[in-house]
Design a protein around this ligand. Structure first.
Ligand SMILES: [Zn+2]
Length: 104
């Protein structure tokens, strides 16, 4: 498994999420009305604006995955302890379950 590749993807994902969270907290007070408007518009289009909670959850998953790399436990399903398929990690480097247990 090419851990270096996933580590790089996770590091850049972490930066992106931290940046978005910082931006959201900056705009929180001054632009609530504006963001609501955008959220409404996105909802109408069938899309949901990523909320702070969602971003925090994603960031938590990314950090967990990075910690697993340090522990050398990265890439194993937390349920069946089998190695996670590489196509699954390619799609989501922060995945902690294999394809079989993805909804668990
Ligand atoms: Zn599994």
């Amino acid at each position: 498994m090419d851990i270096t590749k996933y580590r790089q993807q996770l590091e850049s994902e972490k930066k992106r999420l931290e940046g978005e969270l910082a931006e959201l907290s900056q705009t929180e007070e001054s632009e609530v009305a504006f963001r609501d408007e955008i959220a409404d518009r996105l909802e109408e289009q069938g899309e949901e604006a990523a909320g702070t909670d969602e971003l925090k959850e994603e960031l938590h998953q990314v950090k967990t995955a990075l910690a697993k790399i340090e522990d050398e436990t990265y890439g194993y399903c937390v349920i069946c302890k089998q190695p996670i398929e590489s196509e699954r990690l390619d799609a989501n480097p922060a995945a902690t379950t294999c394809i079989t247990h993805r909804d668990a």
